[in-house]
Each structure stands twice: as C-alpha cells, then as structure tokens.
Design a protein around this ligand. Structure first.
Ligand code: GA4
Length: 343
C-alpha cells in the first residue's frame, strides 16, 4: 500500500549528523523593551556583546504572526508533490532538505520569498503563490509589512545609541545611514518560513541517539534578521567565547541577529552572530525570518562617523550585489567576509 499522507521528509538521503554540543539553555539573552528610554544604548550593547537579542513591547500584532504560521502549516501539510510545484527555492519558492547551491543539507523544508515588490521580472514561484496560495501570500505580505517596520525601528534606535542621529532628526523621523538602507524601495530583503519536522522516528536518531542538523551553522549575510518562532526550541547561538547555547523559545517576542553587512557598516564593532538549528524530536518547529538587506548597488563600507580618528576600514569596498554573489558560492559554515577583509 502506498501511504500518500506521510509528511514530506520520508525519502531522505543521508545527511550530516552531529550531536548538539549545546546542553546549556542560555537565560542571558539580552531582552530589550523598545519603549525603554535607554533602548538605543541597550541595543548597541547587545549588538557588541552578542550580535543577538530579543525585543519585547515591539508593537507587532501577534495575530498576524499566528495567521501566517497557520497558513504556512497548511502549506507544509500538503502532499510532497503539491509542495514541489511551488519549487525550486532559488531564487524564490519551496525547498526541502537542500539549502543553497553548494551541498548543504538539513532536516528542514522551507519557503523562501521575495519581499521586494518592484522585482522587475517576478520569478515563476512568486506568481505561483499569487495564483495558487493567495491566502498564504496575503498573510506573508501583512506580516512582512510589520516586521520590516520593526526592523527599521530597531535600526533607528541603534543609530540613536551609536550617536549617529541627533535628537532633532529623531523628532523629524529622518532615517540614518543604516535604517535608510532598509527603508529604500530598492532594499534587497527576503523572507523565509522554515519548518523543521520532528525527527524522533528517523533511523539515524533512533539508532545512534545523535541529533540531525536542521539548519547548519552560519551567519546571515544581510544587515539584520528578525525571527519569530513557535514555542519549540532548537535555535542555538555561538557566544563570543566560542561556546554554543540554546535559545529558549518565546513566541510572543522577536529575536534579532546582526548580519555580516551590519558588521562591516560598524567596522567590526558589531559582529554577525553564528547560529544553527536542531529539530526537536517530538514537535514541529516553525520559524519565520525577515532578512533586511540593502539595495543591490549600494557600497558597503563603515559609516564614516563611527570611525575613530585614524581608524581604517577592515574591509575592501564592495557592493551588496558583489557580496551576495560571493555568498551564494559559499557553504553555510564558511566565513563569508574573509575574501573582503583587508590583509
Ligand atoms: C543564510 C540566511 C538566509 O536564510 C539566506 C540563506 C541562503 C539560502 O538559503 O539560499 C544561503 C545562506 C543564507 C548563506 C550562504 C548561501 C546562501 C544558503 C547558502 C549556502 C536566504 C541568505 O540570504 O543567506
């Protein structure tokens, strides 16, 4: 008998496995209320110390996140053959197990979507979603509008904390040199919904007791990433001392990652955070991440007013388009800023 309603991950080719070294649940993740009078300096400190933090009092209506999560699960619950019609994932669409172009695999299925309305030629997968998954597409659009606003607000507070904007500018709601990159209509941002099915029944887990990797260790290439997950754990971050810790899930807050581009814009004062995900043995993990990137033709160089006297850029000049091209030739765990560092 052929069982057609099995979840997507049945026919799984061998996958790199390793035991999660991170036993510790880390309770020290900076948690910052955006309505705190010192939010700007608290965010700057979190970016310097962790490249990662959690925001509360964020103003994003949680029903938008819940609706999108439900719509996404409706999509992932379909037969594999239906989901495959929304693929391949690159540049945008549905993907399963394979991440990027260079051999990375994980216990994951996902949707990778463009958030840029003025993409000159919409990829086939975008029109696929408009035609065949209109309620999912609408939920994505409504959600992304809000998290994009949140990303800009966080960057503006960071600019304030860094002393990049004056009180008068803040009053007039003028964008600074970093938040302006995200507000730009040409901002090259994208969005993904990751589904990590439970891995208990997988033979490698059952036989060896090892954990499968869901999304291998990497840093995000963009400026900042805004993540919301359901209440299933699995996300791990690498602390400055090189140790890996588990991030306790919190479905009513947003987690923010410093990306490689923000590392360069601050000339290394902020470091992009290495992170990875292990699936849970029993529960599905669903995460939704907005990756805020600059316009393709923008030169990524340290913000001049952040440089001390005599300080030199650690990086050769490059555009976001050049960085992206190089990133897409890399493996997940590669240090992508390496080729752009001054020797
Ligand atoms: C990591 C951050 C985002 O998920 C992403 C990923 C992208 C992909 O899934 O296609 C990449 C990865 C991410 C970095 C290196 C390259 C590109 C897979 C990969 C091996 C969408 C992104 O922008 O960069």
């Amino acid at each position: 008998m052929v069982v057609l309603s099995q979840p997507a991950m049945d026919h799984f080719t061998p996958i790199k496995t390793y035991k999660s070294a991170a036993a510790t649940v880390f309770t020290g993740i900076p948690t910052i209320s955006l309505s705190h009078p010192d939010a700007g300096s608290l965010l700057v400190r979190a970016c310097e110390e962790f490249g990662f933090f959690k925001v509360i009092s964020h103003g994003v209506p949680l029903e938008l996140a819940n609706r999108l999560e439900a719509e996404s699960m409706r999509f992932f619950d379909q037969l594999q053959v239906e989901k495959n019609r929304a693929g391949p994932p690159n540049p945008f669409g549905y993907g399963s197990k394979r991440i990027g172009f260079n051999g990375d695999v994980g216990w994951i299925e996902y949707l990778l979507l463009s958030t840029n309305p003025d993409t000159a030629v919409p990829p086939r997968s975008l029109s696929f979603f408009q035609e065949h998954q209109p309620s999912l597409r609408a939920a994505v659009d409504n959600y992304v509008k809000e998290v994009r606003k949140l990303a800009i607000e966080v960057l503006k507070l960071i600019e304030q904390g860094l002393g990049l904007t004056t009180a008068a500018e803040e009053g007039r709601d003028v964008d600074g040199p970093i938040s302006g990159l995200l507000r730009d209509v040409k901002s090259d941002s994208c969005f993904r919904v990751n589904h990590y099915p439970p891995c208990q029944d997988h033979w490698e887990v059952a036989v060896s007791g090892r954990n499968l990797v869901g999304f291998g260790e990497h840093t995000d290439p963009q400026i900042i990433s805004v993540l919301r997950s359901n209440n299933t754990s699995g996300l791990e971050i690498c602390l400055r001392d090189g140790s890996w810790v588990t991030v306790p899930p919190d479905h009513s807050s947003f987690f923010i990652n410093v990306g490689d581009t923000l590392q360069v814009l601050t000339n290394g004062k902020f470091k992009s955070v290495k992170h990875r995900v292990f699936p849970d043995r029993r529960k599905s993990r669903v995460s939704m991440i907005f990756f805020g990137g600059p316009p393709l033709d923008v030169k990524i160089t340290p913000v001049p007013s952040l440089m001390e006297e005599g300080e030199e850029s650690l990086y050769n000049e490059f555009t976001w388009s050049q960085y992206k091209k190089s990133a897409y030739k890399s493996r997940l765990a590669d240090y992508r800023l390496g080729p752009f560092e001054k020797t």
